[in-house]
Design a protein around this ligand. Structure first.
Ligand SMILES: NC(=O)C1=CN([C@@H]2O[C@H](COP(=O)(O)OP(=O)(O)OC[C@H]3O[C@@H](n4cnc5c(N)ncnc54)[C@H](O)[C@@H]3O)[C@@H](O)[C@H]2O)C=CC1
Ligand SMILES: O=C([O-])CC(=O)C(=O)O
Length: 278
């Protein structure tokens, strides 16, 4: 009996089989929780990671993963999402995506309206309040969203930065002043900081208008937590959410909350789902 079929028989014949793309900080947390039975009725079916995955779960390509799983979790980055999403949709799979920034790329955004047979679900990731933003958008009032994200400087280093910029972020020490490293729209934010500002893309997709979202990214050497301050202004009110997330111990750029947002979504979709807030 394989590890998957054993887990499946323990979880019940109707168990939801979860395939994973990306066995990094988020992926490992998801795997650990699935194996520990933290999502009733869900089992791990396979893992695809270009850097390798545990032998008993390793799957070579996305086609094989869609064939063995009821839902595919993408936790591998925007480029990986862009590569796998068309195949998942065309083969009738369900894709739960965390790298929401990819959907602001002109080549990827149309996949949100793909006729199927597959479908895409966007993870709420590291933030909250997307339900409220969508309600405000539906009300027809002009919605404006301001995001101010603060992270520890080394988590913000990017390959395109100059040596001076990179050294400045890597060598910042507690007591040094915070600095704004980006101010602008969510599309540019997602391109320049692909593993840092998926939250900006999530806000832009919730409000369905990148122009209505302004993003500021702050490097703060004194930050103990990743902070996302979201201000939503509409005819329904002024709503502020402040999230102070502990970073994942495995990746300081990623909040520990993200894996649990994925697992919560799997629980909502699984065979043992109970009435959920929607
Ligand atoms: N929506 C949200 O709020 C958030 C989204 N994210 C997204 O999640 C992604 C993953 O985050 P972490 O787990 O912290 O990153 P990580 O760097 O720890 O792990 C990524 C894993 O994906 C694998 N990978 C990369 N390209 C691949 C490909 N083409 N095919 C298969 N595997 C591939 C890597 O080998 C690595 O093991 C980030 O790149 C970011 O886009 C991260 C944080 C918050
Ligand atoms: O994990 C977080 O707090 C946010 C993040 O990296 C992203 O939005 O890409």
């Amino acid at each position: 009996m394989t590890a998957e079929s054993l887990a499946r028989s323990e979880a019940g014949v109707d168990a939801m089989r979860v395939g994973l793309v990306g066995y990094g900080a988020i992926g490992r947390q998801v795997v650990e929780a699935l194996i520990a039975g933290r999502v009733p009725g869900a089992v791990l079916a396979g893992i695809m990671d270009k850097a390798g995955a545990p032998e008993e779960f390793a799957v070579a390509d996305v086609d094989a993963l869609v064939d063995t799983a009821d839902i595919i979790v993408e936790a591998a980055g925007s480029q990986a999402l862009q590569e796998i999403a068309p195949a998942v949709l065309e083969r009738g799979g369900t894709l739960l995506a965390v790298s929401t920034g990819a959907f602001l790329r002109p080549a990827v955004r149309p996949l949100l309206d793909h006729p199927g047979p597959g479908r895409i679900i966007l993870s709420t990731g590291a933030i909250a309040g997307l339900d409220l933003i969508r309600a405000a958008r539906l009300s027809g009032s002009g919605v404006r969203v301001d995001l101010r994200t603060t992270k520890r400087p080394p988590a913000l280093v990017q390959p395109w930065m100059s040596d001076e910029q990179r050294d400045g972020l890597q060598q910042a020490r507690p007591g040094d002043a915070p600095s704004v490293v980006f101010s602008g729209g969510p599309e540019q934010a997602a391109e320049l900081f692909p593993a840092n500002l998926n939250v900006a893309a999530a806000l832009a997709l919730a409000v369905d208008s990148p122009e209505a979202v302004h993003v500021e990214l702050v490097a703060d050497p004194n930050a103990e937590r990743t902070r996302h301050e979201v201000t939503v202004t509409s005819d329904l009110g002024v709503h502020r959410f402040v999230l102070e997330n502990y970073p994942s111990p495995a990746n300081p750029a990623t909040s520990a909350l993200v894996a649990w947002a994925v697992l919560r979504c799997l629980a909502d979709l699984g065979p043992r789902a109970r009435p959920a807030f929607r």
